[in-house]
Design a protein around this ligand. Sequence first.
Ligand code: GDP
Length: 336
Amino acid sequence: YRAFSAAPATAAVEASSTLNPGRLRNVAVIAHVDHGKTTLMDRLLRQCGADIPHERAMDSISLERERGITIASKVTSVSWNENELNMVDTPGHADFGGEVERVVGMVEGAVLVVDAGEGPLAQTKFVLAKALKYGLRPLLLLNKVDRPSVSEERCNEVESLVFDLFANLGATEEQLDFPVLYASAKEGWASTTFTKDPPAEAKNMSQLLDAIVTHVPPPKANIDAPFQMLVSMMERDFYLGRILTGRIHSGIVRIGDKVHGLSNKDSGVVKIDDGKVVKLMKKKGTSMVPIDCAGAGDIISMAGLASPIIGNTVATAEIMSALPTIVLDPPTISMT
Ligand code: GDP
């Protein structure tokens, strides 16, 4: 029985844990509304967060109060053994602002949460189509197996429905070879074998966390190259100003680094901003935790530049090339 590992207790440990891309896993969490995404994330964080030393938890909470950090990041990090898992919440609805693309463009894997009673529905399909197109490695989590109506037979049915859906959406052989987990997010557990009532020592999320580490490849990212990050989300904080969240494409970023914002225009790459990194953060458990530095492949939030927007690149001052903004074909999948 493995307990949930605590978030490292100091900022230095925190930062060094993310400087090895091989130790990172980035996953999107995808679900049709009401299939249990919020409950799943909640249970994961509550169990992991419970191990964060009390003073440390208070630290980040008081830091938030003190600085008035109000951002609600959609990216949550969980430390698991030697690894760090970044879990990104994916909107389930049809959005035309490209939010789904931005999320799937940041990650290598996807946890597809499907209500075992209901089976895959329209929003599952909509987001899944994009996830598969981006080459993400999926895991299927059949949720709500605690319900009396959900049998092993029903789970097998839903598994084959999902398999057919994958095949229809053009999944590769590798993507079709997805692992299946049976879960009750409500009761806080996930299992790789069918059960409705796991033994007490297995009533946790360990098997899900292990499956993510095993089946999702680490990001391919060059930590030795100059720092570049694609901005995928943007928020505003009263004290810190613009908070940019994105995936570090290459290199390492540290507090105090000189960086600039770059934009791809028809005329070429345009410098839109100049400044210094004043704060780096990751959401751990339920609070934003400050970090000293972060490396390629990681998904982080930063403050310091006032102008970049979603789709822009933040790069170290010697870099004048912007990363390609993610653009995918308009959805052709029917929502009915
Ligand atoms: P979301 O819309 O995907 O975020 O779904 P929620 O997490 O809000 O869950 C929707 C409803 O399903 C809530 O009433 C939950 O309590 C319930 N629910 C979620 N997970 C489970 C589960 O594993 N078992 C049961 N029985 N109910 C669940």
